[in-house]
Every structure is written in structure tokens, then in C-alpha cells.
Design a protein around this ligand. Sequence first.
Ligand code: ATP
Length: 465
Amino acid sequence: MTCQAGISYIKPMANLMEKVVSLAKRRGFVFPSSEIYGGVAGVYDYGPLGVELAKNIKDLWWQDMVYQRDDIYGIDGSIIMHPKSWEASGHVAGFTDPLVDCKKCKKRIRADKLEDWELKKENKTGQWKIVKPGSLKCPECGGELIPKVRQFNLLMETSLGVLEGEKMKIYLKGESCQNIYLDYIHIIDSFSPKIPFGIAQIGKAFRNEMTHGKFLFKTREFEQYDLEYFIRPKDSAKYYKEWKKIRWDWYVKRIGLNKKNLHWRQHGEDELIFYAKDAWDIEYKYPWGFDELEGVHDRNNYDLIQQGKFSGKKLDYQDEETNKRFVPHIIECSGGVGRTFFASLLDAYHEEKDKNGIRVFLSLDPRLSPYKIAIFPLLANKPELVKKARSAYKNLSADLVVAWDDIGNIGKRYRRQDEIGTPWCVTVDYQTLKDDTVTIRERDTMKQKRLKVDKLKDYFQNRLK
Ligand code: ATP
């Protein structure tokens, strides 16, 4: 593959998953949650570098989807919502996985993931039916599977209230976009937006997922970025096309994912939810194959109609052109922060041979890198070098996220920063004391140049634009 500066590297596909997962843990991007107690399957913590990478991804999304558009309103909705909203959305009845039990090991296995089984989900009720059972051999222990499907709801339940017996059963948000439909009416009242307009949110979602082992791809607690764009029904084809392009370009031009690792997949007839007009997913080539990164769906006006029906409130819009009221149609763009985070690490992971063995570096777009710059005094035991380097650190870290490193030799420091994707390393050396210039070394090309200390901030800020 070709890197930013046009130099060729060999991308090691073998064991890429293991390498990235191991780097993520070792270098403080992602930790298994509660690991000292044995962990919780499908739940992760972001470490000091992971929290920066995730924040940079979310900031870019918010910048492009909210700040750069005068037709989109950002919200931050609560995780706890009225339980009726989940009945209205169909999640209470139909947000299910089909499970079969093993007589021997007692494990529950997802029947729709068993290779030779054929199942169908009733589109309106969400109920699963076995069309044709396949092998009854348990893939876990070889025991016998019972060919009877149990519906397993993915919503996580909890309760609200103080008195036992009077507590109300509620659900943690199963998808983050639900607040948008409920806050739609407040946005209309407070801002009188002209259609088309959108509401955007980045929020947590919780699902009792049964599939694990795909790192951040399938977790039980995760963040989604959701954008619901409200339109006149007659405009749906036009805006659907427009949003598909916006979201594809965002992954390629802003997140910097390699186009070769992305494609579109349209939902087939049996997969398309009954009320949707059309649904396409942007898929990324994860180590196990192409899988969903974001869904861009033409959802018709089902969501507002359902929430209106269950709440008894009118969730419609007074058209200023025709003076008629109607329920807007929605184009939805719903992506996952964790899946984008994981795809960015996979895409950026590089190895190349050098005289000391193998150099590992993350060629992250500098806007995504946890640290933008690392500053080193050439020698940690020379106070005049340390003082000068500290002063540059203080100046740059007022506006940018900067790392400080004075441990080991310069070569080792470069390697440590390469591995976490820091795009530029700045070294203060003896020449700095004479002419106030420092060495800037680029991560991908390893090229070096000198620049005056007082020009550093402008230089890096321009490179980050
Ligand atoms: P899939 O079938 O691929 O698990 P989905 O169709 O259930 O995903 P949506 O409900 O459309 O996903 O959610 C929108 C986005 O949220 C997905 O495109 C994905 O990026 C993210 N997402 C969904 N489920 C998870 C999960 N369990 N862990 C991490 N991210 C998720």
C-alpha cells in the first residue's frame, strides 16, 4: 500500500487482528473492562490514548455534521427514556436474536449464525421461525442442540424508583437515535427550522449481544453517531443520494480510510425492514471480511408516526410552502464510534523492515492521532536542553495534545511514538542552543528538517487543517 508520502510498505494481513488488539491494549488505547475480576465479555474501557482517538473521531463528526451546517441541530439525549418509546419503536417485541439450547453444555447458540440452518424473522412482529433446521451438533461441545428457537431480546433492562414493588421497568437505550424522534417536537418549537433539517446526536447504546470476540466491532455498550434528516416525502430520492455521498466521503476524506477497504451493501428484500424504502450499509473490510460500519437508510415516516401514535401527540410539520401539515420522512445515517475506531487502527497499522528489525507505525490521519507532537530533549541529563524542550512543550501543549518523552535513546523514542501514530517528533539538541532551531521528524517518511522554535505552532496548526 502507499502511504501519505508515496513510499510503499508491505501491509501484513496475517494476524492483523491479533497485532492491532495487542497494540491497543499494550499502548493504552483499549482495556478489557474489569479485567482483574476476569472481565465482562463484550465490554471495554478506553485508555488514555483511546479516549483521545475516540474524541477526535467524534469531534470530526460533530464538526462536519453540526458546526458546518446551518440546517442541523445537535442534541445530547438521556440514556433513560420512557419505556413506552421502546414499545412504539418495536424494540420490546422485535429486537431479538434467535437462540437454541445445547442439552450437554447448556450454552445458548445463535441459530441464525449456524451455517446450515435456515431461519426467517417475521418483519412486523420480529418473531423468528425455523424454516429448516440444520445439524443438531453443538459447535461449542459437540453435544445435541434442541431445535426450538427462543427469542432473546437485546434490550438491557433496569428499574427506576426507590420502593421495592413500585419500581418501573425501563430499558437502557438500545439505539441512540430514539431521543431524536422524541425531541423533534422541541426542536420545532424552539428553533422553527425550515424543512429539510436534521437532528444529530452522539450517544451511548446498550445491547445484550451474544456474539463476542470481534473486539470493538460487537460490544454490549457502545457509542453511535446518529443523524436523522427530516424531508418532504417527494424529496426522498434526492436527499438519500446526497447523504450516501456525504457519509461515504466522510469515511474516505475525513477519517482517511482506504477506499479499497470500503464498499456499499444494499439490504436484500428479506432484510429490509417493512416500513423502509431503501437501506444501504457502508461496510469496512475487517479481518473476517466486509461488515457494517454505518447504515444510511431511507426510513419513510414510520418512526414519527409510531411515536406519535403511542404518545398521543402530533409529530408533524406545518409546510410553509403549501400550508399543509404532514409527517416528514427521514433519511437516517447511523454509525458506530467503536467500529470506526477499530477500522482506523486496522487501516493505519503498518510494519516495515529496518536495520533494527521491524518498525511498527500507525499512519493515522494527524487529525485523529492521540498526540499530534512528541517533544524530546536530546539528552535527559543536560539541564539546558531539558529547559529549552520544556519551554517548547509548555507553549505547544496550550493548543495541541503533546507528548513528552526523555527516556532511552532518540531511536527508541521515535519507535514508541510511531507505534501510537504520533505524526511529528520534535528534538531539542545542541544546535537549538545556538540558533533556536529544532529537528522535526515525520512519522511515515522518517524525513527530518529543522525549523525555528517560534515557528512550530503555526507550522503544526497549518498541517492539521
Ligand atoms: P450489526 O447487525 O452489524 O451488528 P446493526 O444493523 O444492528 O449492526 P444498527 O442498529 O443499524 O446496527 O446500528 C447503527 C450502527 O451502530 C452500526 O452501523 C454500528 O456501527 C453500530 N453498532 C451497532 N451495534 C453495535 C455493537 N454491538 N457494537 C458496536 N457498534 C455497534
